[in-house]
Design a protein around this ligand. Structure first.
Ligand code: SAM
Length: 409
């Protein structure tokens, strides 16, 4: 009966909490849908990877054979000698490994959840979508014509704010565009359609304009700041997806100025490179005035519950880290700052990944740890999507809001 409760709660919330464990399994599609009223995120588009399409005659057997042979190939490789930095990375990995294994065992032990997972991709009607066309905003924001681009918000009859207009036209770049209604709003840019969640805002600009988000009054600052920087990592594939920036650029992010008088929880996604861990611990957090509090791990699984790669694979770990810390405007505030619930270390969030480099929506899991008044004021930096009630900043915060990622009712 306990499992039934967990499962029905999961169907509702998108969050499955394992008993006596520091791990949760989440369905990003359900979590993202919390932001929307009339539109639903398309599961078949979200889960475009890690749901192997089974061919009817061979079943899953063929897949198992091929992944087994891959494993064998990897094992045959001679272990290379680790350099100093790699040794530190390996130690870090060995330290968290038991926790990750425990979390994965909890998942594999929840048979009801496992059978539900296989259906996540098809749990709603499938969507009919046209392939993405049109120029990326990343390019447009840089051209001299950028100030001339506009976005048109088309309000539903039922939520028109001022009596006379059902449309509002705003500059697309370097301006705060807000859906100040309690309903999804459809918006149009260059003949492409986008869905803006209720009370969702975005500011689309290059890094140089980010200071425009610094509130005039600090009690209008943010209590939760989620950051997923475009770290350089040398992969050619990544370079083709979005531009990256050298680490020194992130030192100048105005985190303290964005922080609310009562403080902010700062959540920073990082890759598994040891150099980066080191940079964040020794330089970035101290420069921002962020005091490290805990690490969350995102463990990536396939629809069948298996890890997306072997846990010990050095350069392709099946997990990523989210570093959490607290920022306060004044140093003295850090101690008496009221975190509603102290954030526990080593929490593990398991999910099936979506598109390349897309992070699971962890905002709801973090909210209970954000200091300050409720509802918390939240911002996502380098965002590619919008959340109800949040501000999304980056050079493509509308990316995953395009209508092709949604199912219409
Ligand atoms: N969290 C996002 C998600 O889950 O989809 C992924 C963010 S991705 C790691 C980093 C983002 O930063 C990309 O959208 C990239 O285009 C953007 N970016 C890169 N350089 C930028 C710049 N100079 N100014 C603003 N955004 C930039």
């Amino acid at each position: 009966a306990c499992n039934d409760d967990e499962l029905s709660e999961f169907q509702e919330s998108g969050i499955y909490r394992f008993k006596n464990s520091n791990a949760v399994f989440i369905d990003p599609v359900r979590l993202l849908n919390r932001s929307h009223t009339r539109f639903r995120v398309s599961p078949s588009v979200y889960y475009s990877r890690f749901f192997e399409s089974k061919s009817k005659h061979s079943g899953s057997q063929e897949l198992e054979v091929s992944s087994d042979s891959k494993k064998r190939k990897r094992k045959q490789k001679k272990p290379h000698n680790l350099n100093e930095r790699e040794r530190v990375a390996e130690q870090r990995h060995q330290k968290v490994k038991p926790e990750l294994l425990k979390a994965h065992e909890a998942l594999l032990g929840s048979t009801d959840l496992l059978s539900t997972m296989k259906k996540l991709r098809s749990s709603f009607q499938s969507s009919i979508t046209e392939p993405g066309v049109g120029q990326s905003f990343v390019e447009l924001v840089r051209v001299w014509q950028a100030p001339m681009y506009e976005i048109t918000l088309n309000y539903q009859q039922s939520c028109v704010i001022d009596q006379c207009s059902e449309q509002r036209v705003l500059p697309l770049f370097n301006s705060l565009v807000a859906n100040e209604t309690n309903d999804d709003v459809e918006a149009e840019v260059l003949n492409r359609k986008f869905i803006l969640p209720r009370w969702g805002c975005f500011y689309m600009s290059e890094l140089g304009q980010i200071h425009n988000l610094i509130p005039a009054e600090s009690d209008c600052g943010f209590n939760l700041i989620v950051i997923d920087p475009p770290w350089e990592n040398g992969s050619a594939h990544q370079k083709s997806m979005y531009p990256t920036l050298p680490n020194r650029y992130f030192l100048s992010l105005p985190i303290k100025q964005l922080t609310h008088t009562d403080g902010a929880l700062v959540a920073l996604w990082i890759t598994n490179r040891e150099k980066l861990h080191n940079f964040v611990e020794k330089e970035l957090f101290p420069t921002w005035g962020v005091k490290y509090a805990a690490t969350f791990y995102w463990l990536k699984v396939k629809a069948d519950g298996s890890l997306i790669s072997e846990l010990d694979l050095f350069h392709h770990r099946p997990y990523e880290c989210l570093l959490l810390g607290y920022c306060s405007r004044e140093v003295s505030n850090l101690e008496n700052q009221s975190a509603p619930r102290p954030v526990k270390d080593n929490q593990i969030v398991i999910s099936i990944p979506g598109d390349y480099s897309r992070k699971p929506p962890v905002g709801d899991l973090l909210l209970e740890h954000a200091p300050g008044p409720k509802p918390s004021r939240c911002i996502e930096l380098f965002a590619r999507e919008m959340t109800a009630g949040w501000i999304s900043w980056g050079n493509e915060p509308l990316h995953f809001q395009e209508s092709k990622y949604f199912l219409a009712d």
